[in-house]
Design a protein around this ligand. Structure first.
Ligand SMILES: [Zn+2]
Length: 69
């Protein structure tokens, strides 16, 4: 799995979102804030919606099966 790089607002160089300081110009970053907004945010939401939908479907199947008994 590859780590998505973030670009430094100070010098424009890319570096790991897991460091809180740019290795190129030394600019301090707020830890992982930008990385979460660009990559993790929407993806996590999609997964949560998928899991929620799946749970609803399973619940529906369970109720349908229950009513046939
Ligand atoms: Zn920099």
């Amino acid at each position: 799995m590859e780590v998505e790089l973030i670009s430094c607002p100070g010098c424009g160089e890319e570096f790991s979102p897991y460091v809180n300081k740019c290795p190129h110009c030394g600019l301090h970053m707020h830890k992982r804030k930008h990385a979460n907004v660009t990559s993790g945010g929407s993806m996590g939401m999609a997964i949560r919606m998928m899991v929620g939908g799946l749970a609803l479907v399973l619940l529906g199947i369970l109720f349908a099966w229950w009513s046939t008994l």
